[in-house]
Design a protein around this ligand. Sequence first.
Ligand SMILES: NC(=O)c1ccc[n+]([C@@H]2O[C@H](COP(=O)([O-])OP(=O)(O)OC[C@H]3O[C@@H](n4cnc5c(N)ncnc54)[C@H](O)[C@@H]3O)[C@@H](O)[C@H]2O)c1
Length: 317
Amino acid sequence: MYERPPVRVVVVGAGNVGSTFAYALLLSGLASEIVLIDANAERAEGEAMDLAHAVPFSRPARIWAGEYADCAGAAVTVISAGASQRPGETRIDLARRNVDVFREIVPRIADAHPDGIILVATNPVDVLTHIALRLSGLPPNRVIGSGTTLDTGRFRAALGDLYRVDPRSVHAFIIGEHGDSEVPVWSLANIAGVRLADLPPMGGGIDDRAALGAIFEGTRDAAYAIIERKGATYYAVAAALLRIVEAIVRDQRTVLSVSSLVDGPYGLHDVCLSLPSVVGRNGIEEVLTLSLTPDEEAALGRSADLLRRTLAAVGDA
Ligand SMILES: NC(=O)c1ccc[n+]([C@@H]2O[C@H](COP(=O)([O-])OP(=O)(O)OC[C@H]3O[C@@H](n4cnc5c(N)ncnc54)[C@H](O)[C@@H]3O)[C@@H](O)[C@H]2O)c1
């Protein structure tokens, strides 16, 4: 009888983001083996037990708290391990602490699975994707950051609300850093090929420019607004991670705004940031080059400069 090999997904960092992603993954039925690894072994064990008890109500899967050796053969290893920002802590200091975490875990993942794919969620995600790339020795197409996948989703959802269409019919991307310098590509945003700029006013006397500006600000600042209210964000990022993992495991060649090494397009070199990219079984299959306006290209350049400065400040991996 033909038997399919198991699809294993490993999650390193079974905190809010990692365990919520593991739960979404379990419910999706995409993975037949889910491994949780955490510096806090008891946490990983507790999460694995709790998740395993959801199996009878969801899809068959083996779930366990594992070791780095379990990364061998994984379709994807997701890294959501790391510290969160302390009150008053700068982004650079947080980045330094998480670089230390990555120094500890990335070589162990790569040793166990030198042909694997690493998907980084830990913040600052673009800088840590670069660090993971250096520390792992994997080829650039196999080290991916969740990047602005989540931001692009939030952006499309808000535009869908405004234009009263299904967000899946809105084609619009946020590119650059996942963070304050991210860039909305307004010039190419469209609904069914109709550029937003050419759509009639939405009615009700809405000032389009102000409404669109507020949509981008709401997208960019969403994490701050959620953290202020509930202390962390994890559902939407877990769903975004699931979407990326699905594109890889099912070789869907989906265009997603994930973060990866950019070397050449727009005159950018040796920086990890998000651009619309074809994601499939080899990770990044292709990075698309957009016809940006000069303003958008300049904003992307500023975002890249900021990321390069942060990378330089946190030191060599
Ligand atoms: N990319 C995105 O869009 C996005 C969205 C939300 C959160 N995040 C980021 O995800 C990360 C995790 O957030 P969270 O809310 O799950 O945090 P959390 O504190 O709940 O979980 C982090 C986990 O990492 C573990 N950990 C720490 N050091 C480790 C090490 N050396 N080895 C193994 N495990 C280790 C901790 O024990 C903890 O269980 C943060 O960096 C956060 O900023 C990213």
